[in-house]
Design a protein around this ligand. Structure first.
Ligand code: ZN
Length: 180
């Protein structure tokens, strides 16, 4: 996994949790790009989004920064990439991290789909030419099924499988709260 960490959480703590989430659904984690962004404190931000792509510009979000030009470079991905919003410190730490982990498992479900060769393209339009509602899209239903199946094997956010990694990130979150 290639981590692009746009937050103040330690790379190692994020990485071990995210890799664990990928393995929970049986995705191949090597070479997959994961971009972790700091979310906005208020207002809606999408918790995560997966893309089928073979390359990505993980630093493109820095476009308002003076480093814009030097930071744009293409990075190859092996089987897609996803972005995810870091757990926020205005929520109880453990709950925030459990939610982050569950989102990561769902996004890895999409990556697992990209890695499969036996599935049709996503989100084919229906007979009226419209895409189905978000929650009715086959790829969303499948990603949730992967997540539910991980849960039923004790690999969900409440299971013992990723307990250590979840607690590790929750502690990092508490430390950030205290240093504010
Ligand atoms: Zn999804």
């Amino acid at each position: 996994m290639k981590l692009y960490n746009h937050t103040k959480y330690p790379d190692a703590v994020l990485e071990s949790l995210l890799v664990k989430a990928g393995k929970a659904v049986g995705a191949r984690t090597t070479g997959v790009v994961v971009i972790v962004n700091q979310g906005r404190q208020f207002g809606a931000s999408i918790p995560g989004c997966a893309y089928r792509a073979t390359s990505v510009r993980p630093n493109l979000r820095m476009k308002r920064d003076q480093n814009y030009l030097i930071n744009i470079r293409w990075v190859k991905t092996d089987g897609g990439y996803f972005t995810i919003v870091a757990p926020h410190w205005n929520r109880p730490a453990l709950e925030a991290v459990q939610n982050f982990y569950a989102t990561a498992v769902h996004e890895w479900g999409h990556i697992k789909d990209f890695q499969r060769k036996d599935l049709p393209e996503w989100s084919r339009r229906d007979s009226s030419g419209r895409r189905p509602r978000w929650e009715d899209r086959p790829e969303e239903i499948r990603a949730n099924e992967y997540r539910d199946s991980a849960r039923s094997q004790g690999k969900g956010e409440n299971g013992s499988y990723a307990y250590e990694e979840i607690v590790g990130l929750a502690l990092a979150l508490e430390e950030r709260k205290e240093s504010k």
